[in-house]
Every structure is written in C-alpha cells, then in structure tokens.
Design a protein around this ligand. Structure first.
Ligand SMILES: Nc1ncnc2c1ncn2[C@@H]1O[C@H](COP(=O)(O)OP(=O)(O)O)[C@@H](O)[C@H]1O
Ligand SMILES: [Mg+2]
Length: 347
C-alpha cells in the first residue's frame, strides 16, 4: 500500500473474545480481548505459533464462529453482534476466506466450475447459465488456470492449482476483504511464491484488503504492510512490517525473529537470540497477568499480577508488555531493557 494513501479503516476489531466450552465445563479462551484495525487496501499479517488463536480470530471476524463478546466494525457497520441469517449471507459477499489446506477445503465430488460458481448462485450474481459459465472461465483465467479446467474435479490438480481454485472461489463474489488463513503453508516451497505473487497481483488489480495469517514471521515479511503478533489468545505487538522486523519490542516477537535463520553465516553465528523455554501453556488455564511471562526471559514480579495494557508506544507501534508500560522510561526498566538493547544492537 502506498504510504501517501490516506489510511481508511476497513475493519475495526474491538475487544474481541472467542471462548469455547470444552469438556468438564472448562472454558478455552482461544481469543481473549484483542483490538486492532485493518486499513483499506493493506495486507495485515497475523502471526504466532500454532494454537495461539489466529484462525479463531479470522473465523470469528467472518462469522463462521459467533463472538463471545466484543465487536467488529466493517466499513462503518457493526457486524459483531447478533446477525440475521440474511445479514450473515450478505457478509459473505463482502468478505471471503481462503483456507490452508487446498485438499480439504474443496468438495471432491464437485466439478471445479460448480465449486467456483457456488458464491455466484448464493448471491444471484449471474443472470443465466451462460453468464455464469463465462464468469467461471474469467475467474479461472484471473487465477492463472484456464477454461479446460472447469469440468475437472479437485483431485486432478496439484496443491498449488487447488489453492488457485480456492482463490477463484473467493473472488467470485467480488469481495472487498479476504482472510487468507495460512494459504501457502501446505504448499511446496517452490509453489509458495507463485501463490503469493498471485495474491499480490489480485490486490493491486482489485483493491483487495487482506488479513494474511501465518505461523512464521518470515512468511509475512515481504507481503504485509503491518504485522500483528499473537500469543495464547492475546495480541502482544503490532506495527508496520519494517518496524516489527527492525525494532521488535515484545520479547515474544524478538524470540520469533531469533528463530528465523539469517543468510549471512557470520551474522548467524554471532547474533544475540531470545530462545524460548518450555511449551505454550494451555488456553484453558492461561498464566495470570501476562500470558507470556512463564516463557519470558525478562519476566518481573508485576508480570504475574497484572495483565499488560495494550497501548500505542510510538505512532503506529502497539505493544502489551510491562517492559514498555506507559510511564516506564527505557532506562528505568534497567536489566531487561539492557538485554533488549543488546538484542537490537547485535543484529
Ligand atoms: N471449534 C473449536 N472448539 C474448541 N477449541 C477450539 C476450536 N477451534 C480452535 N480451538 C482451540 O482454540 C485455540 C486456538 O486455535 P486456533 O485459532 O486454531 O489457533 P491457530 O490458528 O493460531 O493455530 C487452540 O487451543 C485450539 O485447540
Ligand atoms: Mg490456524
């Protein structure tokens, strides 16, 4: 997205929560009070380890799941509350989702033309069968396939081609916003760049806005305008893509970046890393205060007691971490801040 464009909010996610009732009357807090905006025309990368709530966030925004509480505002309209069947259906003409597994997400018994035309049918977007088929042909071409593919079944395609079919299906209703949930994670590395290039081309041509979900920061680096980092149902940091990579503030973000290999072997050998200890705790019984504290090399007393406030430390750079609390000067948080500076300095 060009810097000079005025940033207009397409989505506002406000204090969104999604809890699941699980066995023994337990409650699993998959997404627990997250707030962020997505600007029109941008790619917002959402990252974090498996199980941190990325898919649940996407699915709750698009109302595959009912939010437990909080709100979602789309193009100025609140869509997080109770919605009629019809309102939900209307939503799917504006928002679409692309899934991780192109094998599981396409019905194996349907021909490609019928898979792609589903949205056209639901929203009555074609006046005649002829128009419908023409639209399918156009969509196939848009995603780099061709009309001969229309009468085939999903199993006749490679993983990359299936993801293209999934993209064509999403585009059929001419959406404004697409949630791409790890769309390239299941693909061969050689195919990943092709699918990313396609998504970028479509964004330029059609002015699409993306929520691009990935479990690893290296994957979203080049395509995201801004990046949000999740940990155990919470958003811990959000900033422009460059800022997240060059000046990560949250120890968890620093740890995720440490895990990405650096091409230069000399830098790779000498750079300071934040290595994570232990496993991600259960979202049924998350740690008190800051959820990351049990694995944080810089944890302080306050971290067990108080959930860190989500706030904007510098323009456009948000973080929830007691090392960066409002009013805490960088020198005051002495030992941890020093450690942070070392990490930044050694890059
Ligand atoms: N439908 C569901 N019912 C119960 N628990 C769920 C459901 N979907 C996801 N979860 C749980 O919510 C947490 C977040 O899952 P998910 O959003 O899929 O994470 P991610 O996409 O980041 O890997 C996990 O602990 C997962 O087991
Ligand atoms: Mg997921």
């Amino acid at each position: 997205m060009a810097e000079k464009e005025k940033k207009e909010k397409l989505l506002e996610i406000k204090h969104l929560k999604k809890y699941f009732k699980v066995a023994h009357k337990d409650v699993l807090k998959a997404v627990d009070d997250i707030s962020f905006d997505i600007y029109k025309g941008e790619t917002f990368g959402l990252v974090g380890e498996s199980g941190c709530g990325k898919s649940t966030t996407g699915r709750t925004i698009i109302r595959l799941y009912e939010p437990t509480s909080g709100d979602v505002v789309f193009a100025g309209e609140a869509i997080g509350g109770k919605l009629s069947h019809r309102a939900k259906r209307d939503l799917t003409s504006k928002m679409q989702m692309i899934f991780q597994d192109p094998y599981a997400s396409l019905n194996p018994r349907m021909m490609v033309k019928d898979i792609i035309a589903e949205g056209l049918n639901i929203h009555h977007l074609a006046k005649s069968p002829k128009e419908r088929l023409q639209r399918v042909f156009d969509l196939l071409e848009t995603v780099g396939l061709n009309r001969e593919h229309a009468n085939r079944y999903p199993h006749e395609f490679s993983g990359g081609q299936r993801q293209r079919i999934g993209i064509a299906r999403a585009l059929a209703v001419d959406p404004e916003f697409i949630i791409a949930d790890e769309p390239i994670s299941a693909l061969d590395v050689s195919i990943q760049a092709q699918v990313v290039n396609l998504l970028q081309k479509l964004q330029e041509e059609q002015g699409l806005t993306y929520l691009f979900i990935a479990h690893d920061l290296s994957m979203v680096k080049h395509i995201s305008d801004r990046v949000g980092v999740m940990y155990l149902g919470n958003m811990v940091e959000l900033a422009s893509s460059d800022e997240v990579y060059d000046h990560p503030l949250h120890p968890y973000t620093q740890a995720l970046l440490s895990a990405i290999p650096v091409a230069d072997p000399k830098v790779e050998r000498t750079r300071e890393r934040v290595i994570l200890q232990g496993e991600v705790p259960s979202p049924i019984n998350p740690p008190s205060g800051c959820r990351f504290r049990t694995r944080c090399p810089f944890a302080m007393d306050i971290c067990a007691k108080v959930r860190p406030k989500w706030h904007e430390v510098e323009k456009g750079h948000w973080v929830a971490c007691h090392l960066h609390d409002e009013g805490v000067s960088k020198d005051a948080a002495s030992q941890p801040a020093e450690a942070n500076n070392k990490i930044a300095a050694k890059k």
